[in-house]
Ligand binder design. Structure first.
Ligand code: CMC
Length: 429
């Protein structure tokens, strides 16, 4: 019997099964051999919300949640945030290697050539209500992009796949900025391809009457770092949505729209918006103890705290907390920062949060920076979606090229009614 295996005794039959252990994991296909009768389906696993299930083998992102470690292709997030740029990190997670100077120049040039969107996409966006949530516009417009690039369906054509990757990364800032301008009733600003990826994005968001928009270098750098911090986080809810939808061989725009929809929720990318709403509701430091009591009584959550994988301080939150000071030096201090700092201090000493290993996550401080930079609260999830698109598309490509992957199709445990006879409506009580 191999040492790298698990012996399972089925007490119903007395049979012993040996299941290989590979990468600290067992493949559930072996459980299907555990059955009473030869015609039985075999044993299934029950894992709502995939709490203990690996859905793929990946070489993109490594997280050690107990020790608060995050690495992309082996590079610690702290080093990437300090020394890399968003587009370079996007190249890294797609190619698994840092680019040479020439490769990076070409990559930046290629992305920059795809920043414009079709005029009809603009017209489509004009059709949204004046008060439409920017994330709703973002999700719908991503899906609509698939109708402009029908060749995106040819997902196994390497050249075409690369083109859609460039298009997605290049166009999401434009779609996002147009969504913002729409809610403000301001004319859309076309991309300025002489600016950096982030500089151009700020230009499309905030340019008013100046001939040439000049982003503030500190804010441009800060947003670039925030984009690096949000680029990927392995099998989170939205990335899983991207993989699941992509597994049916839908085109990458449709799959990315599904991923963005998953990101929209307040338990995921909508949490940064929810944090600001929560800080508004708390209103003042004096109200924090009462608020914490409400959370502990199970009447709400401390938004921006807790994580499925991190049972320690989220390393991204640590970097963002430092970044906040640099941004506030330019923009002025956000008064809600005091509430957030005190909230964190109290929560980290409280038995409820200690016992459950609840620490600040990436969303706890990011919203305060976004707010200080002039982004409205309902826009925060979109700011998460722009960089995460690079993560989604990296996972999508990895999944498409993985010979072990198939259409995602989980099982269920049926607990409904047994077979019964249909009753005509006239005879129903
Ligand atoms: N405030 C208060 N209690 C919490 C919180 C919180 N933020 N998060 C978890 N708990 C409690 C939860 O009630 C449960 O308590 P009990 O054992 O008494 O039932 C325990 O901690 C375990 O939580 P869980 O719900 O089983 O954990 P999960 O892995 O299913 O959920 C989470 C992870 C991120 C959805 C959750 O922590 C949460 O809702 N946090 C607030 C929303 C948030 O900040 N989301 C952003 C996540 S980071 C960025 C991203 O991935 O998008």
């Amino acid at each position: 019997m191999s040492k790298n295996s698990l012996s399972i005794t089925d007490n119903r039959t007395g049979k012993i099964y040996e299941v290989p252990i590979e990468n600290e994991t067992i493949n559930t296909k072996y459980l299907r051999e555990i059955k009473i009768n030869p015609t039985d389906l075999g044993l299934l696993t029950y894992d709502p919300a995939f709490v203990n299930t690996s859905i793929c083998k990946s070489t993109i992102t490594y997280i050690d949640g107990d020790n608060g470690i995050l690495e992309h292709c082996g590079y610690p997030i702290e080093e990437l945030a300090e020394q890399s740029t968003f587009l370079e990190t996007a190249y890294l997670i797609l190619h698994r290697q840092l680019p040479t100077k020439n490769e990076l120049d070409k990559w930046i040039n290629d992305i920059t050539l795809h920043t414009f969107i079709h005029e009809n996409v603009k017209k489509l966006m004009e059709g949204f209500r004046y008060d439409a949530h920017p994330m709703g516009m973002f999700v719908s417009t991503l899906a609509a992009l698939s109708t402009f690039y029908p060749e995106a369906k040819l997902i196994f054509d390497e050249e075409l796949r690369r083109k859609q990757i460039l298009r997605l990364i290049g166009k999401v800032p434009t779609v996002a900025a147009f969504a913002y301008r729409h809610t403000k009733g301001m004319p859309y600003v076309y991309p300025d391809n002489d600016l950096s990826f982030v500089g151009n994005y700020l230009n499309m968001m905030f340019k008013i009457a100046e001939l040439r928009y000049k982003p503030h270098p500190v804010l441009e750098k800060a947003l670039d770092i925030l984009f690096i911090l949000h680029i990927d986080h392995e099998q989170n809810c939205s990335t899983t949505a991207m993989r699941v939808v992509g597994s049916s061989h839908a085109d990458p725009f449709s799959a990315a729209a599904a991923a963005a929809a998953a990101l929209y929720g307040p338990l995921h990318g909508g949490a940064n918006e929810a944090v600001l709403t929560m800080l508004d509701q708390i209103g003042s430091i004096n109200n924090i103890p009462q608020f914490i009591k409400t959370v502990k009584d199970g009447k709400g959550k401390l938004m921006g705290f807790g994580h499925r994988v991190y049972k320690n301080y989220d390393p991204r939150a640590r970097i963002i907390k430092k970044l906040a000071d640099q941004v506030f030096d330019i923009t002025g201090r956000n008064p809600k920062l005091e509430i957030a700092l005190e909230l964190e201090r109290i929560a980290l000493q409280d038995e409820y949060f200690i016992k459950r290993k609840l620490y600040p996550n990436v969303d706890f401080y990011s919203g305060l920076i976004y707010k200080a930079m002039g982004f409205p609260t309902d826009f925060f999830p979109v700011l998460f979606a722009i960089p995460r698109t690079a993560g989604w598309i990296s996972h999508w490509q990895e999944m498409i090229l993985d010979p072990e992957q198939k259409i995602a199709r989980p099982r269920q445990i049926y607990l409904g009614s047994q077979k019964r006879k249909y009753t005509p409506i006239s005879r129903r009580g």
